[in-house]
Design a protein. Structure first.
Length: 739
């Protein structure tokens, strides 16, 4: 069956895509609800239509687009899901009203008539609901109610004469039962409809698969224009060192001060198999590049060997082309065999379907081509040196001799560094600074009353059906004369995390202690995401700590938050992964860190042929745990609520390797240092179940370890009297000496 899937700018559409393709044995063709007018769309031959969920209301043209014409004029079997269901109800005389008890990520038991969509499905099956609105007062002459749940909200309708069906719940959700059978029943209804009503002149219609062909050819031609097709074969010089030096000492002594640009992808928490390798390097090698990107101008600025060039393209296009040029041999026993390392800022959402609302003060993307690295294997307790060289280069060439000299020098020096880390947890390592303030003053970008108001406004958007969940954030800023590297060394010790990083890129330093993986891709095309939603503080005693962990694990609010983002990440991977390959190996698993417990889910998939780690990151960016769902509408609302760019915070730090692998985190628990100011992004997911006061407290909880690290480093010790938060609930005495 040729199925048309209409996307109402939802973040679960490609879960439906995967489900339809698996059941039907053929991928549906996807269009946005504003891609074509009905006059154009009606020229194509399709057997059935599935209308996706989405934000907003069916009465609003922007929200429902061509779906109204499809329901009223197509004459083919139609299945509307959530917003599509509400649209069917609205167009045939029912009322669409706000629910008294909104369900965003809630699970209900559904009863039904047992016919049509619900053939051979047990009563009271489990279904996931994401909706603020519901269909009521169904006219019995036009529509029949086919399903309902325990709160008597209508879960299914059908037209009495036409093959038009609606379901309010989400059959595509990971926690819905019998989703495959419901879609299979719709495919069966569609087949029977055409068996009973053969098409009279199918040759008059354009085949559905031609819908995107012209546009696709045009885009491909644009992408291939002026592509540098030269190939740069490189030889990977690698040396194993059967010794494990303290990474901190290696970075401070032999990496950081040797260049203006340096990086440390630091797996500072390596237990429980969370992370195995750490990488550090700079731009001192022969292949080095510094890649800067300004999203508003679509300009990539590249500096290599002292020469700066500009390229009018997105940073993703530049990276794809560069990575395609390199062939690197031999293979190495770790994922990053050289490649691009750095950050992708939140404002890159403008290259992934979002809008450019606010310009960041910093580069929107900044990466370096890492061609000389020290690699730490935390599992085998050894190290590697890696250097890129020209393939087939004579050993006597000056460049090759320089590379070998670097390997020899680093080998010798690393063997003389012991593996014992310095204890910085008390802050006494640095001593008390000479101009230590009485108190460090952290300024909230939006004060306590403003942030509470933002939460209330966010919940109003949610009740109106504009989103299921919105990740609302704030920012703390402090002027503080500390050495960024010393500050990071303190942070990594008091708050170790598997996706930590230190980037020193010119006048910007990024100090990250993130626990969250965004996207990880291996060289065979396997991809994995690990969204975090649900946070609890640690207890003062083991019993209290266990109680907090148990409460987090069963919290309805946190489980709903996590489910929404899990389904969103399944959707994002579903756009670029093979049909049937997107799975959830771990759902709502609790992981424990130094200061918090967190609820983590693992989503895996296998990239389709033609997709790469770069295209996967671009499709899924920014991480859904930092936006909410549906992602596009949620990002629009975030711009309205926050009135500022997020910059590096909420983006990603990681690498694109020459071998096709990639590993990027979510930038949370991070300090950004720029021109004497330190900023900390903080926030959390807001749902209709959120308590504004609790959300405010959770926002500050996530900054606790970062604030402690700053106070320890700036003041030589820590206690709660050494800092204050301007704009917090409690006013600060006017006579206190503050930075």
């Amino acid at each position: 069956m040729k199925i048309l899937l209409v996307d109402n700018y939802d973040s679960y559409t490609y879960n439906l895509f995967q489900l339809i393709a698996q059941v039907n044995g053929e991928e549906p063709v996807v269009i946005k609800n504003d891609d074509l007018e009905w006059e154009q769309l009606s020229k194509y031959d399709f057997d059935g239509v599935i209308i996706s969920p989405g934000p907003g209301r069916p009465e609003v043209p922007r929200d429902f687009g061509v779906c109204e014409s499809i329901i009223l004029q197509s004459g083919v079997p139609v299945l509307g899901v959530c917003l599509g269901h509400q649209g069917i109800g609205h167009l045939y005389g029912a009322r669409v009203t706000q629910m008294p008890d909104i369900m965003h990520g809630g699970i209900s038991r559904v009863e039904h008539t047992g016919a049509d969509l619900f053939l051979d499905i047990p009563q009271q099956f489990q279904a996931v609901r994401y909706h603020s609105l519901m269909v009521q007062d169904v006219p019995s002459d036009e529509l029949e109610i086919t399903a309902w749940c325990e709160d008597n909200v209508i879960m299914g309708i059908r037209h009495r004469k036409l093959p038009v069906f609606g379901i309010q719940f989400h059959p595509e959700s990971v926690c819905t039962e019998y989703g495959h059978r419901i879609i299979g029943n719709f495919i069966g209804i569609t087949k029977k409809f055409w068996a009973d009503n053969p098409k009279s002149c199918p040759e008059d219609k354009t085949p559905l698969e031609f819908l995107h062909l012209t546009e696709g050819k045009r885009e491909k031609a644009i992408q291939e224009r002026n592509v540098d097709r030269s190939v740069q074969p490189v030889q990977i010089l690698v040396r194993k060192i059967n010794h494990f030096a303290d990474p901190e000492q290696v970075f401070t002594q032999w990496i950081h001060d040797r260049d203006v640009y340096s990086f440390w992808l630091d797996s500072s928490k390596t237990d429980q198999g969370l992370a195995r390798f750490s990488y550090m390097g700079n731009t001192s090698g022969r292949f080095s590049q510094t890649v800067k990107y300004e999203v508003s101008r679509k300009i990539v600025t590249v500096t290599s060997r002292g020469i700066t060039t500009e390229h009018r393209m997105t940073i993703y296009e530049y990276l794809e082309r560069q990575l395609a040029r390199f062939t690197a041999e031999p293979e190495v026993p770790f994922p990053l065999n050289g490649g691009f390392v750095g950050y992708l800022g939140y404002e890159l959402k403008a290259d992934s379907g979002g809008t450019m609302a606010y310009a960041s003060k910093l580069q929107d993307g900044l990466l370096v081509l890492a061609d000389r690295m020290v690699v730490f294997d935390h599992q085998e307790h050894c190290m590697y040196l890696l250097c890129l060289a020209f393939q087939h280069e004579d050993e006597a060439e000056p460049g090759k001799m320089q590379d070998e000299s670097w390997l020899d020098e680093m080998d010798r020096r690393l063997r003389h560094i012991d593996g014992k880390p310095v204890d910085r947890s008390s802050g006494t390592t640095f001593g008390k600074p000479p101009n230590c303030p009485d108190m460090l003053a952290f300024q909230l970008n939006r004060s306590y009353p403003e942030y509470i108001e933002d939460i209330v406004n966010t919940q109003q958007f949610l009740r109106q059906g504009e989103s299921y969940e919105i990740n609302l954030t704030n920012e703390l800023e402090v002027s503080c004369a500390v050495d960024p590297l010393q500050l990071y060394l303190t942070l990594r010790q008091i708050n170790p995390a598997p996706y930590s990083a230190y980037l020193s890129f010119g006048d910007v330093q990024v100090l990250c202690s993130s626990p969250e993986c965004f996207i990880k891709a291996d060289r065979e095309g396997g991809v994995q995401a690990k969204p975090i939603k649900g946070t609890s503080g640690r207890g003062a005693t083991p019993d209290e700590d266990n109680e907090l962990l148990r409460n987090l694990a069963v919290s309805a609010k946190n489980r709903a938050e996590n489910l929404m983002i899990t389904d969103l990440m399944r959707n994002d991977l579903g756009q670029v992964c093979e049909v049937g390959s997107v799975t959830v190996p771990k759902l709502m698993h609790i992981e424990t860190y130094q200061t918090v417990h967190q609820m983590v889910t693992t989503v895996s998939g296998k990239l389709k042929k033609g997709n790469t780690a770069v295209s996967c990151i671009r499709t899924a960016f920014p991480g859904g745990s930092m936006t909410g769902a549906p992602k596009i509408r949620s990002m629009e609302l975030i711009d309205v609520l926050e009135h500022r760019p997020r910059g590096i915070y909420s983006g990603s730090i990681g690498y694109f390797a020459l071998n096709g692998s990639a590993d990027f985190n979510i930038v949370i628990r991070t300090i950004v240092c720029h021109k004497g100011k330190l900023t900390i992004g903080v926030g959390g997911a807001i749902t209709v179940l959120s308590d504004p006061e609790e959300e405010y407290d959770e926002m500050l909880l996530k900054a606790r370890a970062l604030i402690k690290a700053i106070v320890l480093t700036a003041c030589g010790g820590f206690d709660s009297e050494r800092y204050c938060i301007l704009g917090d609930r409690t006013p600060v005495p006017a006579d206190v000496n503050m930075f």
